[in-house]
Write a protein that binds this ligand. Structure first.
Ligand code: URA
Length: 216
């Protein structure tokens, strides 16, 4: 089977609404944070479809036995927000995956070279087999941070086909690099924008997601 990068842009009115709020330069920081939380929630809702392992069983309703399907509690789920901006999507993701383990990965990009470097790595040495990984990373611009995060995960035993990236805006340079390096990856994005400006920002994008989230 040939693997191919899948980028899914859910045609959902709530996602479109909160994307519009986040894009608007006049949105103040508290409302921007709410928009990112909602985007994290609804994009995660889409991303876990056919990804969360389930268990078929039977329950007794007050009237009769009935087939039931539950999330399999045995399969480990990891949420790995890419700091800083990934934190903005975390609350929404965690509201749907309350039992997931959260491992923080702090990556910063050099504003001149646009190269990513790691300043915080709370990943375990090795992940359990079959671990599902959700990566909240709002802006897929050059792809540098995501490539670095993926390399750290694969080193620790993660199968890229078990990874879902939840992002708000994706740009072609990042998608192109990821499709070459990790063709089995699945990305859930509120939008795919035209490209990058000469400072590596997505255009039209929504600006600096970290600054707008944290009011810096
Ligand atoms: N990071 C951001 O926060 N915004 C961009 O447009 C690109 C990278």
């Amino acid at each position: 089977m040939t693997l191919q990068l899948r980028v899914y842009v859910p045609p959902h009115p709530l996602i479109q609404h909160w994307l519009g709020v986040a894009r608007d330069a006049s949105t103040p920081s508290p409302l921007f944070r709410s928009a990112m939380t909602e985007l994290g929630r609804w994009l995660t809702y889409e991303a876990v479809r056919e990804w969360l392992p389930t268990l078929d069983t039977t329950v007794e309703t007050p009237l009769a036995p009935c087939p039931a399907t539950f999330i399999n509690p045995e399969t480990p789920i990891a949420v790995i927000p890419i700091l800083r901006a990934g934190l903005a999507l975390l609350d929404g993701a965690q509201s749907l995956l309350p039992l997931a383990s959260v491992y923080h990965l702090g990556l910063v990009r050099n504003e001149e070279t646009l190269e990513a470097s790691c300043y915080l790595n709370k990943l375990p040495d090795q992940f359990a087999p079959q671990t599902r990984v959700l990566i909240p990373e709002p802006m897929l611009a050059t792809g540098g941070s995501t490539l670095m995060a993926m390399a750290e995960l694969v080193k620790r035993g993660i199968d890229p086909t078990f990874v879902r990236i939840v992002c708000v805006v994706a740009a072609p340079p990042a998608l192109q690099k990821l499709s070459v390096a990790y063709p089995g990856l699945n990305i859930y994005s509120a939008a795919i924008d035209e490209g990058l400006n000469d400072r590596g920002y997505i255009v039209p994008g929504l600006g600096d997601a970290g600054d707008r989230t944290f009011g810096t």
